[in-house]
Design a protein around this ligand. Structure first.
Ligand SMILES: O=C(O)CCC(=O)C(=O)O
Length: 360
């Protein structure tokens, strides 16, 4: 089942050609954010607030420690970093290297995999929700990697040579890591290890590679606007540059997550927030850009099946349920997108000073 509201490409591949965008002296107006959305903290002003958790011993003597650290981080931020996670270093390095080579290809080569028109996977020059007035300063390449029977290799770029195989291995390794983490998260909620994966029915995975070119006026734009992820958990690989920012007080204060060599950043999404009845946060985050370096991040989204049920998995006696009724993930997603689109519509209206615009 396809999501009810599609996230669409800008439809303007001319707006951010690789290289040329970096050479421009000023930002095109389509990227300029309202003051209240602009970055408040520098991309390289790193914070040590986000816990770094070693997964060493997770299957044995250190399980209790990992569970406690994960539980605390999920309650405070919905965000933590993991090291000693078992994903081979060489695989991560090759994945990074080939991803960079892909974004360095000529625009016509990348546009062979243009995602516009609702294609499942491929390349997008920036992206935005329908009706949104301002674009993100990024390019992306997306792989719908799980479930295996839904893979469409015609949407997997052929160049650079060997990347398809590497993505296949990388997505498999990240699926294993995600399952390992979801077991601990389940136990941290006082549930059986398999409870969360069972709630996902058939685990869905999407790998999104974000490439952020250098930006002439980084203070006025965002690489990726503020959001929470809709799914269960996201495992992010970021390079050494920095740019991922998080807030735990609704945007009052922001911190820049410190890039840690060899680590993955893990964040919870809305699905996990609902399954936990709000005990665990859905991480509120964004990506900022800079004028000194390009930046690459690889986000692996682990989502439930479209018909997976969204509802708290356990309620203590007397505990208030945060949801009125169980809904499917497809319903949850479409309500979230509906809200985001309405917000974007209102913002656009406020910008052009029109009192009432026709709803599309
Ligand atoms: O690039 C980053 O640091 C954040 C990426 C992200 O939040 C996403 O792809 O949803």
């Amino acid at each position: 089942m396809a999501p009810a509201v599609e996230v669409v490409a800008s439809g303007r591949p001319d707006i951010l050609p690789v290289g040329e965008a970096e050479a421009a002296k000023t930002l095109q107006s389509i990227f300029i954010r309202d003051e209240d959305e602009r970055p408040k903290v520098a991309y390289n002003n790193f914070s040590k607030d986000i816990p770094i958790i070693s997964l060493e011993g997770i299957e044995g003597k250190d399980r209790e420690r990992v569970k406690e650290e994960v539980s605390n981080a999920c309650k405070e931020w919905g965000l933590f970093q993991v090291v000693n996670h078992g994903v081979p270093k060489e695989l991560v390095q090759t994945m990074n290297q080939l991803a960079r080579e892909f974004f360095a290809l000529p625009a016509e080569e990348k546009l062979k995999y243009d995602m516009r028109g609702g294609k499942r996977g491929g390349f997008v020059v920036s992206s935005h929700l329908q009706g949104e007035a301002v674009l993100d300063w990024r390019e992306i390449c997306t792989y719908f990697s799980y479930p295996l029977h839904q893979r469409d290799y015609t949407r997997w770029p052929e160049k650079p040579e060997g990347w398809r195989d590497v993505v296949d291995k990388y997505s498999g390794a990240l699926m294993n890591l995600a399952c390992k983490l979801l077991e601990v998260i389940s136990e941290a909620l006082g549930l059986d290890a398999e409870a969360v994966t069972k709630a996902c029915v058939e685990m869905d995975q999407k790998v999104v590679i974000n490439y952020y070119p250098k930006c002439p006026q980084p203070d006025m734009t965002l690489g990726l606007k503020r959001h929470t992820d809709p799914g269960t958990i996201t495992i992010l690989l970021q390079d050494h540059v920095g740019g991922l920012q998080a807030t735990k007080d609704d945007g009052l204060n922001w911190i820049t997550v410190e890039p840690v060599e060899g680590a993955f950043v893990v964040n919870l999404g809305d699905h996990m927030h609902y399954l936990s009845n709000g005990k665990f946060k859905s991480a509120d985050h964004q990506a900022v850009v800079n004028s000194n370096s390009t930046r690459l991040s690889i986000a692996t989204f682990q989502n439930p099946a479209q018909d997976g049920i969204v509802y708290p998995l356990k309620l203590e006696e007397g505990e208030q349920c945060m949801m009125e009724e169980p809904i499917t993930f497809a319903q949850m997603y479409s309500r979230k997108m509906g809200r985001d689109i309405e917000l974007a519509r209102q913002k656009k209206l406020a910008k052009v000073g029109v009192e009432e615009a026709p709803k599309s």
